[in-house]
Write a protein that binds this ligand. Structure first.
Ligand code: ATP
Ligand code: MG
Length: 544
């Protein structure tokens, strides 16, 4: 097989394994616990695992790690599938750890028969107290030397529901003096009397992650089991399980640094609290770092994949600037999003020497490879943005003031002849004249103007609602409770006028509102009007 150039240390390992013949076909998996919605951190793991599948023409499973019945739910399973598809990935097999409960139980029995596992009557608290520390060995459980027969009998009775939660556990019998605390007779099975979203009431003993995960990988024939750095110290246990259970396939665990983003908390527990306490609109609130949140916020899936690719894969934890993610999103939208004209702070302009009405053809996206155009209605009454007129402009102001000229985007050059004020001295409208020869694309006026402004036809526009967002978390003042940092005023709503072309937009369509920002049509849109969420502003604040 021709070797592909490795882009990171994981791909280097894969190349070596392919070259040596250790691995014939690369097989990865994405193993979420269905206890919440996916977030941008998961996108990183998804891009890695499915990226490897794509690059090496291998396979990748979606496997729900549903070994904790209390926190898991069908709603999460469905949302995770939807989010992965949205990101553009397709799994080979859809699996549940719970599909293997029987096999896992049998592996535990195998361990008991080999004298490698025992039933322990100590409480969780006692076990933890006797675990020792980094400098001191742990203390052996008084139940450690139970006979195989007794262990088999007790484990079966655990399974049969004869004991209460926490009354007994099954522990691996490894080494209480190991320098690696994970190897000090870790708990591998526990009793939980709870209904499981998949297996119902069939089981009341559940495998712990450290037993379940390597077995799942081995059963599925996973070759490279990629996980985050905090599992590095668990790797000896992972290998122990695969070896002692006599698994035919020997998967290899590889750890990488999780994605952290500045001022962004991705822990599912925190995100769930925001949802449960109704601090946000739901898991898909546009301020949430969830996949469905950033989708609703208007981040294109391709930009999220691009971001994950560009930040690379590291072995040491670090933090990525949030503004870098925004910067990648902006780059994609600048390339792909159609431009439309929206006026947020309308000022009426009467064009005194123009009568009637016409329809102009305006280019949608100057960066598009294949140009497309839309129809924009023009008449003698238009709205421009109030900030594009000034009574006493500063130097180098290239927009409207008494006597000044400006180009209306896609239309004509106009000159401001007169501003009309109300009794309080506020401008209420402008009287302007247009240069008939100056039509965009056919400009024969010979007049050069520096300013180009957006506008909408007053008789032919729609009121829309814009929602703009500040970060959900305000600056840290050293508090440890993230809830206290939540900015309750992080959504701002305003009304604007939009050209008619926007009326045919569908939810999730993204646009550049010229000179304002990038916006996406939101699901809150209805018969009473369209709602658009700001995706990112026009200006890049990321310092490269
Ligand atoms: P959280 O701590 O947010 O609840 P988790 O690690 O418990 O996340 P899982 O559902 O267990 O979430 O994660 C599924 C996969 O996604 C795992 O392989 C995990 O390592 C990976 N993952 C989770 N968070 C990140 C992150 N921030 N960066 C990269 N990978 C991540
Ligand atoms: Mg987890």
């Amino acid at each position: 097989m021709e070797e592909l150039k490795a882009n990171n240390f994981i791909e280097e390992i894969i190349n070596r394994d392919l070259e040596s013949g250790k691995v014939k076909e690369v097989y990865t998996r994405f193993p979420p616990e269905p206890n919440g919605y996916l977030h941008i951190g998961h996108a990183k793991s998804l891009c890695l695992n499915f990226g490897i599948k794509r690059k090496y023409n291998g396979k990748c499973n979606l496997r729900f790690d549903d070994t904790n019945p209390v926190k898991e739910d069908e709603e999460y399973v469905e949302s995770i599938k939807e989010d992965i598809r949205w990101l553009g990935f397709e799994w080979d097999k859809l699996l549940f750890a719970s599909d293997y409960f029987e096999e896992m139980y049998n592996c535990a029995v195998t361990l008991i028969k080999k004298g490698k596992a025992f039933v322990c009557d100590m409480s969780a608290e006692e076990i933890s107290r006797n675990r020792g520390s980094l400098t001191e060995p742990g203390k052996e459980s008084p139940w450690r030397n139970r006979s195989v027969e007794e262990n088999l009998d007790l484990f079966e009775r655990m399974k049969n529901g004869e004991f209460a939660d926490g009354e007994k556990v099954l522990r691996a019998k490894i080494d209480m003096a190991s320098p690696n605390i994970n190897m000090r007779d870790p708990v591998i099975y526990r009793i939980v009397h709870a209904r499981h979203h998949n297996t119902g009431d069939k089981w009341c003993v559940y495998p712990m992650y450290d037993l379940a995960h390597p077995l799942e990988d081995a059963i599925e024939g996973i070759t490279h089991s990629i996980c985050t750095l905090e599992f590095e110290d668990h790797r000896p246990l992972y290998d122990w399980v695969v070896r002692e259970c006599g698994c035919e396939n020997v998967p290899q665990q590889i750890e990488f640094a999780r994605l952290n983003i500045t001022d962004t908390v991705m822990s599912k527990r925190f995100l769930k609290r925001l949802v449960d306490e109704k601090t946000v609109e739901g898991w898909d609130d546009p301020r949430m770092p969830t996949i469905c949140g950033i989708r609703r916020r208007g981040y294109p899936a391709a930009a999220v994949r691009d971001f994950c690719e560009r930040i690379g894969v590291a072995k040491a934890n670090s933090e990525v600037e949030f503004s870098y993610l925004e910067s990648v999103v902006r780059e994609h939208l600048n390339r792909d999003a159609d431009r439309v004209m929206v006026v947020t702070n309308p000022l009426l302009v009467e064009i005194t020497n123009y009568d009637g009405h016409e329809t102009l053809e305006v280019e949608n996206n100057p960066n598009a490879e294949n140009k497309t155009f839309r129809q924009v209605s023009f008449s003698n009454r238009i709205y421009i943005d109030g900030s594009d007129f000034m009574v006493s402009p500063p130097p180098k102001y290239h927009r409207l003031y008494q006597g000044a000229m400006v180009r209306l985007k896609g239309a004509y050059i106009i000159r401001c002849d007169e501003a009309v004020f109300d009794d309080n001295g506020n401008v209420v409208k402008l009287r302007c004249s247009y240069l008939p020869e100056s039509k965009s694309g056919h400009d024969g006026s010979g007049v050069k103007v520096k300013g180009v402004i957006q506008w909408v036809d007053a008789a032919n526009c729609d009121a829309i609602t814009l929602r703009r967002f500040k970060p959900l978390l305000g600056p840290s003042n050293g508090e440890t409770d993230f809830m206290s940092r939540v900015d309750k005023n992080s959504v701002k709503t305003e009304t604007a006028f939009a050209e008619k072309a926007l009326a045919s937009a569908r939810v999730e369509d993204k646009f550049q509102f010229m000179r304002i920002g990038y916006f996406v049509k939101d699901k809150l849109s209805g018969p009473s009007g369209a709602v658009f969420n700001e995706i990112v502003g026009l200006k890049d604040s990321f310092n490269k």
